[in-house]
Design a protein around this ligand. Structure first.
Ligand SMILES: Nc1ncnc2c1ncn2[C@@H]1O[C@H](COP(=O)(O)OP(=O)(O)OP(=O)(O)O)[C@@H](O)[C@H]1O
Ligand SMILES: [Mg+2]
Length: 295
């Protein structure tokens, strides 16, 4: 069972004092060093003997882990806090099936009370870096903190990029919320373009992709900078441009280079997979607004 599935299971079984201890541990984890029982007791406003009892339960459930005399949250603990956040805000009430396992994230279905489905993207950058490390050594706290930083930043960046893109075109998935290392997205039902699925009108799909890049650039001031057939989904007629955590501002000194890279990836793929021939230089000029037409 994955850390996210374990977290979802723990969501239903945690007692009040365990929640308070977990929340205290999370608050303490952003400070200096690893919190010991005394600090945890203050952070969670529980007597030391209650905290000891609760932290042991959290350890057994895989939500916290011992580091010398102190404690750290595990990835599962982090994901549990994120799930709890969404549930508290009435955004979701349960975790559904896994949709995809990526290099940097796992994506799950998340269910709303009304029966709708969202996609929950859970970042796992450096996925083995801190939970698998069993040996005690200096630097583990730093390792935990750098894991938190990388994953929390990715989720936050993706959320903010998608909010900037919202309303410009249906090709950009709507972002509902973000929390810790996760972002809650509109669910799309498509496959990656890299699988070369049958497309009703590949040339029209190519135009939509390039027009959307132009909208992202000129209206949201964003360049995806990791765009390729792996980050475009399709159902055969519609396309969606996903995966925005590394998006850069159009005003960034390297944005031109990034954009050219994206344009080349897209033009090369459409030519090879679907025989749609387009000049990358022309597409680039169209995206940046230097020319008014794609052809
Ligand atoms: N909003 C969504 N709705 C449905 N499925 C999605 C959604 N977002 C992502 N997915 C699925 O999850 C996969 C990975 O998503 P994404 O590319 O955003 O993450 P990633 O960590 O970069 O993955 P990878 O490293 O494999 O590219 C997608 O290829 C797609 O199958
Ligand atoms: Mg991707």
């Amino acid at each position: 069972m994955s850390s996210t599935e374990n977290a979802a299971r723990a969501l239903k079984s945690l007692k009040d004092e365990e929640w308070r201890t977990l929340a205290g541990l999370e608050r303490a984890s952003t400070g200096y060093g690893t919190p010991d029982l005394g600090r945890l007791s203050r952070m969670s406003r529980l007597p030391p003997e209650r905290v000891r009892f609760a932290i042991e339960a959290l350890e057994r459930k895989g939500l916290a882990s011992r580091r010398g005399r102190g404690f750290v949250l595990t990835r599962q603990g982090v994901e549990l806090m994120a799930l709890k956040d969404y549930v508290k805000k009435d955004l979701i009430f349960a975790l559904g099936a896994i949709i995809a396992k990526g290099k940097e994230s796992d994506v799950y279905e998340a269910l709303t009370e009304e029966g709708a489905v969202y996609a929950l993207k859970v970042y796992k950058i450096g996925r083995t870096s801190f939970t698998k490390v069993r040996r005690k050594r200096v630097g583990e706290t730093a390792e935990f903190k750098s894991w938190v930083t990388a994953n929390y930043n990715a989720a936050r960046r993706e959320y903010h990029a998608l909010r900037k893109l919202e309303g410009l075109s249906p090709v950009f998935p709507k972002a509902v919320a973000y929390s810790r290392s996760t972002v809650l997205l509109e669910e799309l039902s498509g496959v990656r373009l890299s699988q070369r699925p049958y497309m009703e009108d590949p040339a029209a799909a190519f135009r939509t992709v390039v027009e959307s890049m132009r909208k992202a650039y000129s209206e949201a001031g964003l360049v995806n900078s990791d765009l390729s057939e792996y980050n475009i989904l399709t159902n055969g007629s519609s396309v969606w441009l996903i995966d925005w955590p590394q998006a850069v501002d159009a005003s960034h000194p390297n944005s031109g280079e990034m954009l050219l890279h994206d344009v080349k990836a897209v033009t090369t793929f459409f030519r090879r997979a679907y025989g749609v021939v387009a000049d990358p230089k022309k597409a680039y000029d169209y995206v940046t607004g230097k020319s008014a037409d794609l052809e």
